[in-house]
Design a protein around this ligand. Structure first.
Ligand code: 2AM
Ligand code: CA
Ligand code: CA
Ligand code: CA
Length: 268
């Protein structure tokens, strides 16, 4: 898929929009950003800059390709008629952004027929831009990325996230209780997009999280896949919004099998 569209054009638009938004966020972030809204739980916060960054990205995409569809975390869905849909998370890791921790990113993906073909994750506070084009590999600047392979679960460093939402903490701690003794260690970075890029670049061996949205994983998931990782849900389901797992294929299988019995098919 994607052959009818100019992927270089889509990558150029995604990278320019993500970088402009990332630079704006770094420049405008006040010492103590104000929480202007909360969503699913008091932990699930929004700042004015989440909205401003998304508006900037939407404006740049619409100027370049006015007939594409756009889905963004803060602005929702706008229809199109080209078969291209942009998936935007203006700040992934808003809690880190709020506190001044340097682990948040601008995530922009382009999908054709529902499949990500271009992904850009701009980890602006670290000055790192991860990119991928379907079939052409994943890159950190000029460096081609390969995920770690041959790591058994017991020696795997595993990133995870605890997605927000009322009533989810109890289940998350039950899952962690089972996983923690079976892996090398756990990292909880706070940005799903950055976690997926960390798998791609071998900074962790794998990642799992229950409940990410499409905008959390569209770009980072393609970057991880293009670095050789497998990205998916449990029992062959898609990577979101249920449990999302990412690792080299052998580790994916081990992590998957550990998580299946721990995954209560509950909504929380
Ligand atoms: P955000 O910073 O864009 O809100 C934290 O574990 C990760 O989960 C972040 O990537 C965060 O994205 C995301 N997240 C936020 N709210 C969520 C929700 N209600 N459900 C699932 N994931 C969420
Ligand atoms: Ca959010
Ligand atoms: Ca997000
Ligand atoms: Ca966000």
């Amino acid at each position: 898929t994607g052959t009818d569209h100019d992927l270089d054009e889509l990558l150029g638009i995604a990278a320019a929009a993500a970088r402009e938004a990332g630079a704006m966020l770094v420049a405008k972030r006040p010492p103590r950003p104000e929480v202007v809204d909360t969503k699913s739980s008091p932990t699930d916060v929004v700042t004015a800059l989440d909205r401003e960054a998304e508006e900037l990205i939407r404006a740049r995409i619409a100027a370049a390709r006015p007939h594409d569809s756009i889905l963004g975390e803060e602005g929702g869905s706008s229809p199109g008629r080209t078969g291209v849909r942009w998936v935007v998370d203006p700040i992934d890791g808003t809690v880190n952004f709020l506190y001044g921790l340097p682990e948040w990113a601008v995530s922009v993906a382009a999908e054709v027929d529902g499949e990500a073909v271009v992904g850009v994750v701009d980890v602006a506070p670290r000055g790192e831009v991860f990119t991928a084009v379907r079939g052409r590999g994943a890159w950190l600047g000029g460096e081609r990325l390969r995920c770690n392979t041959g790591v058994p679960l017991a020696r795997a460093l595993i990133a995870t996230g605890f997605g927000y939402g009322a009533g989810r903490r109890e289940i998350q701690s039950e899952v962690l209780r089972e996983v923690l003794p079976r892996v090398r260690d756990i990292r909880r970075g706070g940005s799903a997009a950055v976690d997926l890029c960390s798998v791609a670049s071998g900074r962790v061996d794998g990642y799992f999280e229950r409940g990410p949205q499409r905008w959390d994983v569209a770009a980072g998931g393609l970057i991880a896949e293009e670095a050789g990782a497998r990205v998916g849900g449990l029992r062959g389901r898609p990577a979101n919004p249920d449990m999302t797992v990412c690792a080299a294929p052998e580790l994916f299988a081990e992590l998957h099998d550990l998580l299946v019995p721990l995954d209560p098919e509950r909504d929380a």
